[in-house]
Structure formats: structure tokens, C-alpha cells
Design a protein around this ligand. Structure first.
Ligand code: AMP
Ligand code: ZN
Length: 666
């Protein structure tokens, strides 16, 4: 029989291989379910035998590690940037310069590659295992993002084939459009401001502290360069092919060509095709293929002389400015939006463009009727980059930023150092009111099932919702007559609202949307103050003395509780039975559960796994992650790993179904 170590090792190899087939080759040979079963089996074994820990185990993909601060580390080989150009002439001049060095008669081949628009990363592999991932930083040193990078499925944790014992490989971490759009849909549903572009979102993701959050971001990584002292290749194109063979994702779009004319063909081809790529590129990169030629050409202070980035011009179109509208967000921030004569840019019709803030309008010195240049770059919302001064609108029609809120009429304010104007009429301004309710029902707050952002807006317009407290007054009969409301979905909604009364105090507090009180701050506050009453009575000084609560947050809290409308709201929520204090765990322990050790595994019908664990804890039970002789019960949901079951049986530990657990409780 295989030893445990061998069993673990073989599971890891099998999973690495499946991962490669799925993410790199796009040719999976097992179903997702089979994959998950194998992964679960490995997870269980790793929990039970921590002595066989491996930082590159396939289980690392789900994340979990936390990076408190990202250590800055020097690059072994500097990460250069690229010289770039927008024109054919400059590219030709570049070739002339190269030929001067290499000799006019020398044959030069070029590797033509896409220029992926993301975050560059340098990966270090030792004996085929990923040991470090650094950002580019300033080129000589970067930040270690290793833990986060390990969650990216297209980055191999273990290599295959004839890789060198020690080398670095460079690539670009990107966020494909599909994932980016999905993240924005979720944001929109919550009334949160949208992410600007995939590149910034990818970059922000890599700097999250909690790697399990990074694991949920649909990031991808394309590799394009090897670095090392003794590489087993003589050219860029061979390097790409080798990297592919070792298990890296190297897009097939790269092409080896023998003339600068062929380089232009490549550029032109991708200028069209890039619009239908599933991710963003901002140009193409041309590299002299042979390493000996590269070496002869060398580097400038900033960039290699043997490579050139050709950047695509962001498409600019002129159109007429018809007007400016002002949008008010959940926080009261006012954003000016230009209304344009419709034009087609990069294949889509554009009617509006963001103007960001008052300063931007001032800078452009906009007038109604102006011919303006509109550009659609990496941002999803097009922007106005300039005015055609030869075709000015009338001087009198200068666009002046509004002084009053377009939604509620109250005077707009702009704080020192802030670019944005705000409507401060938080409790009466319609978009702020709707936004508040949308925030309250959002996934990270009350997570109300069966109710979405659009329905909230509809219910507000119908006069059925004015504050979050009104949610708990809603009745089925009031909603059914409204358009597009079916009996079943309304029942689900009412049920979801009812269930939200069980959500812990910290979620409610976060859901109230008090400025600067995010998820973490809400948790801190509820732990410290225990009840909304105590929080309300806390003085500014007491709040500031609290760990991690600064002046800004404290002031915001005091202002919130001083507002009579908020006081009324809290009284109402209390009356409806929401959790406005921390549950004292020693209040309601259950004799059959108190002090017992539980392992919870699988998927359940009427709880999420987290809910079930919380409930057991609140009843005095202890949650443990793996089965041992000290375990009292294994609660088994659907899809539980077979090894857990065997282990429980061997140790004679009672296995409870969901129903059996309910019975135990009663
Ligand atoms: P820039 O940031 O405009 O100076 O361009 C240099 C950056 O382009 C590099 O740091 C890489 O992150 C990125 N890049 C994207 N695709 C490639 C590629 N195929 N080859 C080299 N660099 C690339
Ligand atoms: Zn307003």
C-alpha cells in the first residue's frame, strides 16, 4: 500500500496536470466535479498530515494566506520598460539604427507579440517550483506578491519537462473583459462606483491583503520573456516555445517574421483583430529574435535597444457637445456627464462621456455646441480629450458647474482638497436614498435574497420604500400589482427580508452605510461597543480611543447618530427585530451541543456552511476543521469528500445528516 506521503504526492501531481489541461491547454479530461473531489481529498490529507506541507500544493489556489505588507525585493535581472512609438516612420528608423550596429546586410528576424495591457510580473522558479513573484516596481526592485500570485490558475506552481534548475520568467497579469464586466455588474447592482479599466483592477487585486479574495478575481497571466544566466535557448521565439512546454500560458498570437514589412502586416492585422480579443492590448511588441544580436545591441538606461513597442492610437472622434447632465451617486458625489451627438468609436455608438468633475470642465473651457474630441481608451466610459478650437461654440454658452443638486435642489459643497462636489442632503436626496437601500441589501451587508438593486429603485418610485426600515413593512399585496412581479419571486423577496433579521449586528451596522464605516470598521465597532445603544452614546473621544478608529470615522459616527432621522430609523429597525447588539454567546448554549467538537463538511439545504458553523458556535459547540478521535460529530452535507466519511467511520464518530443535526438541537 502506498504511504501517505506517496498518496499526497501523487494527488498533487494529478491535480497539477489537470490544472494544466484545463487552464493552459483548454482541454480538460475530467469534469469539474471530479476535479473538486480530488482537490477535497488532498485538502483533507493535508489537514490531517501537516508535516507534508507544500507551499506549492494545488490547494494553494484557493488562497487563504494574508500579506500584511508587501516586502520590497531587488530584481536579480532588472525589469526594463520598452521604447515605444505610434508611427511606421519611427519603426523604420529603429530598424535603420539596429542595422547600423548589426551590419546592413545582416538578416534580422523579429518576434512580433501582443502588448498585453495589465501588470507586469517576474516569477522565479527553483527546481521547477514557483518560489517568488515580484511586481515591476521601479525596475530594479519590486514588491513580493507571491501568495496572491499563487491563486492565479494560469500560473503553474510546478513545471514540467526540461526546465533549468533556476530561472526567472516575465509576463503580464491581466483581467479579461468577461471577468471585468462581471465584477462591474456586481458593483452596479450594489450601487457602488464602477471599476475604471481592467488594468487598474488587476493591479489593485494583486495588492489585496487576503489572498482568498484574490482567488475570486478572474485573473490570467501571459508569459513573454525568460531571464537567467544560462538559458537553454538562443532566441526569443525559442524561449516562448520552451516556456509553453514547461507549462506556461504563452498565447499563440506571437509570430516570427523575417522583415519589417511583415512586422507592419502583423500590426495592421491586430489593429482590427484586437477589438474582438477577450482581453485588452495596447499595442504590439517587436523584438529582435536572436539573443546574440540582442546582446550586441544592448540597453539604454531604461529600455532594450532590441525591442520596440508599437502602440495603437486610441481612436479619437470629433462630435458636438449638446449638453451636460449631472449624476448624483449614493454618497452624494456629483459627476458631470457630457451629452454628445452620437458617434461610432471602435465599433460602438457613444452618446455620453464622463467629465469627472468641475476642474475638468474648467480645464477644457467647455461651451455648449463645441466640437469636442472623444476618445475610448481602456476606460469603459469614453472621455473628452479636447476641444476643436477652430469650431468653438458661442462664448456665452460656457458650461458652468451647477451650484445646486439636480435631484433635490440643495446647495452643493466641495471640501478642501477634494475634486468632487457633494450633495450633503443625505436623508432626503432621492438617488442617495435609493443608493442607501441598495447598499443595505447588498451581498456584503444584509445580503437579502430575492431583492435586487432595480427592484429597490422601482419600490422607491412607487412610494413603497423610503428608508431601509420600510423593507420590513413591505407586504406581498402591495408589490404584486407592480409590473413584472410574479407571485413566487415576491414571496422569495419577503422571505429574504424576513431572514435578514437574523444577520449579525456588524452586517447591520455596515449596511447603514455610515460614511467611512466599511466592513472591517463595522466589525471593530460591534466588537468593542457591543450594542447600537452604546455606540450611539459614545463620545467623540471614546470613539477615537478605540483601536483603529480615527478622527474621521469618529466624527462621521457622531454626526450620524446626532441626526434625528437616523435616530428614528434605528428605533424602527430595533422594533422590527434586527440584530442591533452582539449576541452574547454564553446566553443561549445548548446542552447537546455545548463543549462538543464538530466537523462540518459538504453543502446544506437550509444553511450555508458558514451559517451552520456560526450557529453551532453560538450554541456553544466547537468547530474543528479535521476529524480526530476527539471529534464528537461529523455533520455531513451533500458532496462531502469520501475520505472524511471513511475516517469518521474508522474512529466510530457519529455522522449526522442535516436533519439529524436539527433533531439533536430540538
Ligand atoms: P510600457 O509600460 O509602455 O513602458 O511598456 C512596457 C511594458 O509592456 C512591460 O513592462 C510589460 O509589462 C508590458 N508588456 C506587455 N506585453 C509584452 C510583451 N509581449 N513583451 C514585453 N513586454 C510586454
Ligand atoms: Zn441632492
Amino acid at each position: 500500500m502506498a504511504s501517505i506521503a506517496e498518496k499526497i504526492e501523487s494527488l498533487r501531481n494529478v491535480l497539477h496536470e489537470h490544472n494544466h489541461r484545463y487552464y493552459i491547454l483548454d482541454r480538460p479530461t475530467v469534469t469539474d466535479y471530479e476535479f473538486d473531489l480530488l482537490l477535497k481529498e488532498l485538502q483533507v490529507l493535508e489537514q490531517d498530515y501537516p508535516e507534508y506541507n507544500d507551499p506549492n500544493s494545488p490547494t494553494q489556489r484557493v488562497g487563504g494566506g494574508v500579506t500584511k505588507s508587501f516586502e520590497t525585493i531587488a530584481h536579480r535581472f532588472p525589469m526594463y520598460s520598452l521604447s515605444n512609438t505610434y508611427s511606421k516612420e519611427e519603426l523604420e528608423q529603429w530598424e535603420e539604427r539596429i542595422k547600423k550596429v548589426l551590419g546592413t546586410e545582416t538578416e534580422i528576424n523579429y518576434s512580433c507579440e501582443l502588448k498585453f495591457d495589465g501588470v507586469s510580473v517576474s516569477l522565479t522558479y527553483e527546481n521547477g517550483a514557483l518560489i517568488q513573484a515580484l511586481t515591476r516596481g521601479d525596475g530594479t526592485q519590486g514588491d513580493a506578491i507571491t501568495t496572491n500570485v499563487k491563486t492565479i490558475n494560469t500560473i503553474p506552481l510546478k513545471l514540467k519537462g526540461d526546465y533549468p534548475p533556476f530561472f526567472e520568467i516575465r509576463g503580464e497579469i491581466i483581467l479579461p473583459w468577461e471577468g471585468f464586466n462581471k465584477m462591474n455588474e456586481e458593483r452596479a447592482a450594489k450601487g457602488e462606483p464602477l471599476y475604471m479599466n481592467p488594468r487598474n483592477t488587476a493591479s489593485g487585486s494583486l495588492k489585496l491583503q487576503d489572498s482568498s479574495l484574490v482567488a475570486k478575481r478572474p485573473l490570467n497571466c501571459f508569459l513573454y520573456a525568460l531571464a537567467g544566466d544560462q538559458l537553454p535557448v538562443n532566441s526569443q521565439f525559442e524561449a516562448l516555445e520552451k516556456a509553453r512546454a514547461w507549462g506556461f500560458k504563452v498565447p499563440e498570437s506571437a509570430k516570427l517574421v523575417t522583415s519589417i514589412d511583415a512586422v507592419f502586416e502583423f500590426i495592421q492585422y491586430w489593429d482590427q483583430q484586437r477589438k474582438s480579443l477577450p482581453y485588452e492590448i495596447d499595442g504590439i511588441v517587436v523584438k529582435v529574435n536572436r539573443f546574440d544580436q540582442q546582446q550586441e545591441l544592448g540597453f539604454t538606461a531604461k529600455a532594450p535597444r532590441w525591442a520596440m513597442a508599437y502602440k495603437y492610437q486610441a481612436e479619437q472622434v470629433a462630435t458636438t457637445l449638446k449638453g451636460v447632465q449631472y449624476q448624483v451617486g449614493r454618497t452624494g458625489a456629483v459627476t458631470p456627464v457630457a451629452q454628445l451627438d452620437p458617434v461610432v468609436i471602435s465599433g460602438t455608438t457613444v452618446k455620453r462621456a464622463s467629465l469627472h468633475n468641475a476642474d475638468q470642465i474648467e480645464k477644457l473651457d467647455l461651451r455648449l455646441g463645441d466640437r469636442v474630441f472623444v476618445e475610448k481608451g481602456g476606460e469603459i466610459i469614453p472621455k473628452i480629450t479636447g476641444v476643436d478650437l477652430a469650431n468653438r461654440g458661442i462664448v456665452q454658452d460656457k458650461v458652468n458647474f451647477i451650484s445646486n443638486c439636480p435631484e433635490c435642489g440643495s446647495f452643493l459643497e466641495r471640501e478642501d482638497g477634494e475634486a468632487q462636489h457633494y450633495c450633503k442632503n443625505e436623508t432626503e436626496c432621492p438617488p442617495q436614498k435609493i443608493g442607501k437601500i441598495q447598499h443595505f441589501i447588498g451581498r456584503k451587508a444584509m445580503d437579502i435574497e430575492g431583492l435586487g438593486g432595480e427592484t429597490v429603485a422601482l419600490l422607491y418610485q412607487e412610494g413603497l420604500l423610503n428608508t431601509v426600515a420600510d423593507l420590513y413593512r413591505l407586504e406581498k399585496e402591495q408589490i404584486l400589482p407592480l409590473e413584472r412581479m410574479a407571485d413566487k419571486s415576491v414571496s422569495n423577496m419577503i422571505e429574504g427580508i424576513e431572514r435578514s433579521k437574523e444577520k449579525p449586528f456588524s452586517k447591520v451596522l455596515f449596511g447603514l452605510g455610515i460614511r467611512f464605516v466599511g466592513e472591517t470598521v463595522a466589525k471593530k465597532l460591534t466588537k468593542q461597543f457591543r450594542s447600537i445603544q452604546a455606540l450611539k452614546e459614545a463620545t467623540l473621544e471614546e470613539l477615537i480611543e478605540t483601536d483603529d478608529i480615527g478622527e474621521r470615522i469618529a466624527e462621521s459616527l457622531v454626526a450620524f447618530f446626532a441626526n434625528p432621522k437616523n435616530q428614528l430609523l434605528i428605533t424602527q429597525l430595533e422594533a422590527y427585530g434586527l440584530q442591533l447588539h452582539e449576541v452574547e454567546s454564553n446566553q443561549e448554549k445548548h446542552p447537546a451541543i455545548e463543549g462538543k467538537r464538530f466537523v462540518v463538511s459538504g453543502v446544506f439545504e437550509s444553511y450555508s456552511r458558514e451559517e451552520l458553523k456560526k450557529e453551532i458556535e453560538s450554541l456553544g459547540g466547537i468547530i474543528v476543521s479535521s476529524i480526530s478521535s476527539k471529534t464528537n460529530y461529523l455533520i455531513a452535507g451533500n458532496g462531502m469528500g469520501p475520505s472524511k466519511k471513511t475516517k469518521a467511520e474508522n474512529l466510530n464518530i457519529p455522522i449526522l445528516s442535516e436533519t439529524a443535526y436539527e433533531a439533536l438541537k430540538n
